[in-house]
Design a binder for this molecule. Structure first.
Ligand code: GPP
Ligand code: MG
Ligand code: MG
Ligand code: MG
Length: 349
C-alpha cells in the first residue's frame, strides 16, 4: 500500500496521471468509430480546456475523502477512484466554462484565449461543451458501475448540473437587452444567482462525492451542506470582485461583468452606497461595451471605496464561516471545511 500522504505536489502529480489515463480511455471509447482527425480534435480540446485550472475542486475530493478516513492511508484504488471523481468535477467545470465564455462574450480564460475564440473553433465549441458533459457519465460508467453508490453518483451530478444551469439562467435573464433595469438588482437576487450558478458545483459537489465514496451522504449532514453553500457564495463574491480589481495575469481572464450588465456583487454594493448623483452615473454607463463607459463605472467603484467595503466583507465572512465550522461536532468534518476555507480566503486568483 503506497503512502499518498506526501507533499501536495505529489498529490497533484498523481492526480494529473489519472487525467492522462481517463483521457486515453475516452479517446478509445468503443462506442464510437474513431478516426485520426476526430481523436486529435478531442485530445486537443481536452488538453486546452480540462487540466489548466487551479484544480481546487478536483483535488478537494481526494482531500475530503482522506480526511473522512481520519488519516488512514488510502489504497492505490481509493486514490484512483477519488481522483476520477475529482476529474469528473473538473470536466463539469470545463463544460460550464466553455459555454459560459460564449454566453458572457469573454476574451480569455486561464491565461489563454477562450476556446470559442481559437481560430477554426468558433461555434464548434458548443458541441465540444456537449462532448465534455457526456464524458462524465462515460467515466462514471467505466469506473463506478459496480459500486453500490453508482446510482447516487449519477443522480448527484444530474441534480447539481440542473441547479447550475438554473443559476446560469437567472444570471442571464436579469441582463436581457431592452429591459436593463438596475432597480431589480439587490443582495437577495445576487445571492440566489450565485448560490445556484456556483456554490453547488464548486463546493457542495466535491464533498458530496467524497461522502458517497465513504458510504455516507450529505442529506444526513445538513449543517455541512449549509456551510458549503455559504462558502460558495463567498467564493463567487470574490469572483465578482476580481472581475473588476483582479490582475488579469493572475486570474487568467479579463473581466466583462460591467459590459455584460451583470448582477454582480460590485454593482449591488454600488447601488446600496451611492447618492443620487452617483446613481445617475450608474444608470447612464452600466452595461455598455464602450471602454469610456466602463472606465466611468470603475471610477465610481473607486469613489465608493468598494475595495474597502470588500475587504470588510471578506474578513466578516471568514469569521462567520469559521464559527459555523467550529460549531460542527465532528473534527474530521471540521478539518475538511477548514482546509476549503483556508484555500480560498483572500485569494488573488
Ligand atoms: C460562473 O459565473 C458560473 C459558471 C461558470 C456556471 C456556468 C453554467 C453553465 C450552465 C454554462 P461567471 O461568468 O462569473 O464566471 P467567470 O467569471 O469565470 O466567467
Ligand atoms: Mg463568465
Ligand atoms: Mg457567466
Ligand atoms: Mg465572474
Amino acid at each position: 500500500m503506497a503512502n499518498h500522504n506526501g507533499a501536495a505536489s505529489d498529490l497533484r502529480a498523481t492526480f494529473l496521471d489519472v487525467y492522462s489515463k481517463l483521457k486515453s480511455e475516452l479517446l478509445t471509447d468503443p462506442a464510437f468509430e474513431w478516426t485520426d482527425g476526430s481523436r486529435q480534435w478531442v485530445e486537443r480540446m481536452l488538453d486546452y480546456n480540462v487540466p489548466g485550472g487551479k484544480l481546487n475542486r478536483g483535488l478537494s475530493v481526494i482531500d475530503s475523502y482522506k480526511l473522512l478516513k481520519e488519516g488512514k492511508d488510502l489504497t492505490d484504488d481509493e486514490v484512483f477512484l477519488a481522483s476520477a471523481l475529482g476529474w469528473c468535477i473538473e470536466w463539469l467545470q470545463a463544460y460550464f466554462l466553455v459555454l459560459d465564455d460564449i454566453m458572457d462574450n469573454s476574451h480569455t480564460r486561464r491565461g489563454q484565449p477562450c476556446w470559442f475564440k481559437v481560430p477554426k473553433v468558433g461555434m464548434i465549441a458548443i458541441n465540444d461543451g456537449i462532448i465534455l458533459r457526456n464524458h462524465i457519465p462515460r467515466i462514471l460508467k467505466k469506473h463506478f458501475r459496480t459500486k453500490p453508490y453508482y446510482v447516487d453518483l449519477l443522480d448527484l451530478f444530474n441534480e447539481v448540473e440542473f441547479q447550475t444551469a438554473s443559476g446560469q439562467m437567472i444570471d442571464l435573464i436579469t441582463t436581457i437587452e431592452g429591459e436593463k433595469d438596475l432597480s431589480k438588482y439587490s443582495l437577495p437576487l445576487h445571492r440566489r444567482i450565485v448560490q445556484y450558478k456556483t456554490a453547488y458545483y464548486s463546493f457542495y459537489l466535491p464533498v458530496a462525492c467524497a461522502l458517497l465514496m465513504a458510504g455516507e451522504d450529505l442529506e444526513t449532514h445538513p449543517t455541512v451542506k449549509d456551510v458549503l453553500i455559504d462558502m460558495g457564495i463567498y467564493f463567487q463574491v470574490q469572483d465578482d470582485y476580481l472581475d473588476c480589481y483582479g490582475e488579469p495575469e493572475k486570474i487568467g481572464k479579463i473581466g466583462t461583468d460591467i459590459e455584460d450588465f451583470k448582477c454582480s456583487w460590485m454593482v449591488v454594493k454600488a447601488l446600496e452606497l451611492c447618492n443620487e448623483e452617483q446613481k445617475k452615473t450608474l444608470l447612464e454607463h452600466y452595461g455598455k461595451e464602450n471602454p469610456a463607459d466602463v472606465a466611468k463605472i470603475k471610477a465610481l467603484y473607486n469613489e465608493l471605496n468598494l475595495q474597502g467595503v470588500f475587504a470588510e466583507f471578506e474578513s466578516k465572512s471568514y469569521e462567520k464561516l469559521n464559527s459555523s465550522i467550529e460549531a460542527h461536532p465532528s473534527k474530521s468534518v471540521q478539518a475538511v471545511l477548514k482546509s476549503f476555507l483556508g484555500k480560498i480566503y483572500k485569494r488573488q486568483k
